[in-house]
Design a protein around this ligand. Structure first.
Ligand code: NAP
Length: 265
């Protein structure tokens, strides 16, 4: 029987690359984002993941049509940059609402169907930034650290069921994410931060522009999805980025700060 997958974040970037890829591989694919999409083999299921009721309605439609849901790959997310002292709180909240609470909502809404599947799979996208605090991206880092913790807890809670949960942390990906996220203008930032903030922002823009392609990351996700046994964590990126998540865990705090300081001044 054809397996049913839901991919979120399908109007751009990784989700947009992954949903038609899974459809080509024989999955019956639903694609969620706030905007509707027209992608080959993908049924558009628009919803805002931070809106619990809208999400419930959308998943309800999917389940009423298919009677099952076997896999969710949660790619929807937003970035954001600004110093803790100056970033408008409503901007920061929007990032938490989308990245953390959106993931929470999606888990709550889809878990009954995923657990009922004989081969349930849930992949939550975090980020390498979720493994560490990066200057001027505190809320993004916190939201993605929250996704890692959510995934770890859920994996243990669902032990013994047919559902396997994994958290995937990519490094920089060359998508539209920079253009669509809130980045506080340097002119609004306190003088003591301004130069370092501008440098950090310039380097983020350059790193994302030179990042992995969305197609590459999508294919890595596909490979994870079809594994028999899923690991708790996957990191997709340059070797140095993979090492950084490990170094963060084993280096003493000040040594780690010194390493990060070489990148962020
Ligand atoms: N790009 C990077 O360098 C990078 C690095 C590490 C991790 N990541 C993470 O990897 C994932 C994919 O990144 P990407 O670069 O492919 O993203 P992207 O190109 O910016 O696309 C984000 C997607 O999320 C959807 N989305 C945003 N808010 C939503 C909401 N409230 N409800 C439903 N959908 C929503 C957007 O669609 P609508 O606007 O139509 O809703 C869009 O389809 C994200 O979780 C991101 O944080 C990205």
């Amino acid at each position: 029987m054809q397996q049913v997958a839901l991919v979120t974040g399908v109007s751009s970037g990784v989700g947009e690359a992954l949903a038609p890829l899974l459809a080509r591989q024989g999955w019956r694919v639903y694609g969620m984002s706030r905007r509707t999409v027209d992608l080959p083999g993908v049924r558009s299921l628009p919803a805002d993941i931070s809106d619990e009721e809208a999400l419930h309605r959308a998943i309800g439609k999917l389940v009423a049509t298919e009677g099952r849901l076997d896999a969710v790959v949660h790619c929807a997310g937003i970035g954001g940059a600004g110093p803790v002292e100056n970033m408008p709180t409503q901007r920061a909240r929007r990032i938490m609402d989308t990245n953390f609470w959106g993931s929470w909502n999606l888990c709550q809404t889809t878990l009954p169907q995923l657990r009922a599947s004989p081969r349930g799979r849930l992949l939550l996208l975090s980020s390498i930034a979720g493994h560490m605090g990066i200057p001027f991206r505190s809320v993004y880092c916190a939201s993605k650290a929250g996704v890692i913790a959510l995934s770890d807890s859920l994996r243990l809670e669902t032990r013994g069921s047919n559902l396997q949960v994994s958290c995937v942390s990519p490094g920089d990906i060359a998508t539209n994410s920079i253009a669509t996220q809130y980045r506080q203008p340097a002119a609004e930032v306190e003088g003591i931060y301004r130069d370092r903030y501008q440098r950090a922002d310039d380097s983020m823009v350059a790193n994302v522009a030179q990042g992995m392609t969305a197609a590459y990351v999508a294919d890595e996700l596909r490979k994870i999805l079809v594994k028999d046994q899923l690991a708790p964590h996957y990191v997709i990126g340059e070797p140095i980025q993979k090492i950084s998540t490990f170094a963060r865990r084993i280096l003493p705090g000040r040594a780690w700060e010194w390493v990060l300081g070489r990148y962020y001044g």
